[in-house]
Write a protein that binds this ligand. Structure first.
Ligand SMILES: Nc1ncnc2c1ncn2[C@@H]1O[C@H](COP(=O)(O)OP(=O)(O)OP(=O)(O)O)[C@@H](O)[C@H]1O
Length: 196
């Protein structure tokens, strides 16, 4: 057990418009530093699927319990998808930190605003596409979205970029132009903040 005086690592918040390359960059990072990063377990009101264990895949709670947690300000962010509620609790994030891993939170502008109101004191990294045109091309080439969902993402991208570039919001803005260069930038920055 780590001594209780030991500080757990600050969580790492990644944000950036959909298609800016968050998953691509961070997948490389997790592969290079296995065991260094961790993810919080979310709460959900949906039914467990076969093989899913409470406290492992999710914390499975009733709608009443979920609403109570919202009232208690337990969540950094929560949302409803197809009739089920999902949330990231502060406690779940802290628990990753106490296990000795850096808790990575991939969240949008609302999540960033919300996490700034907590005492989690994360490191904020913003992943920026080289341009909106390139962002659109990458999203189209990814071939994962319907035209409707693509337009929704592109619409949200402008506001994400505007907020992301507001001075003081992020600790670093990484332009994901050349992937290897962007990764080198990210790695160098994280090494200056964490013991990787
Ligand atoms: N530097 C790069 N150069 C060219 N293509 C890239 C680069 N980085 C990522 N891509 C490609 O762009 C697409 C979007 O990247 P990715 O899925 O990582 O974005 P994301 O920010 O995680 O998106 P979402 O928020 O929707 O999950 C992917 O198809 C990926 O392979």
């Amino acid at each position: 057990m780590a001594p209780i005086t030991e500080q757990s690592a600050r969580p790492l918040v990644i944000s950036g418009p959909s298609g800016s390359g968050k998953s691509t960059l961070f997948k490389k990072l997790y592969e290079k530093y296995p065991g260094k990063f961790g993810f919080s377990i979310s709460h959900t009101t949906r039914q467990p699927r076969e093989g899913e264990k409470d406290g492992v895949s999710y914390y499975f709670v009733t709608r009443e319990e979920f609403l109570k947690l919202i009232d208690e300000n337990a969540f950094i962010e929560h949302a409803e998808f197809s009739g089920n509620m999902y949330g990231t609790s502060l406690k779940a994030v802290r628990s990753v930190g106490s296990s000795g891993k850096i808790c990575v939170l991939d969240i949008d502008q609302q999540g960033v605003r919300s996490v700034k109101k907590t005492d989690l004191n994360p490191i904020f990294v913003f992943i920026k596409p080289p341009s909106l045109e390139i962002l659109e091309k990458r999203l189209r080439d990814r071939n994962t979205e319907t035209e409707e969902s693509l337009q929704k993402r592109l619409g949200a991208a402008k506001a994400e970029l505007e907020y992301g570039e507001t001075p003081g919001v992020h600790d670093i803005i990484i332009v994901n132009d050349d992937l290897e260069k962007a990764f080198a930038n990210l790695e160098e920055f994280l090494k200056s903040k964490y013991d990787l």
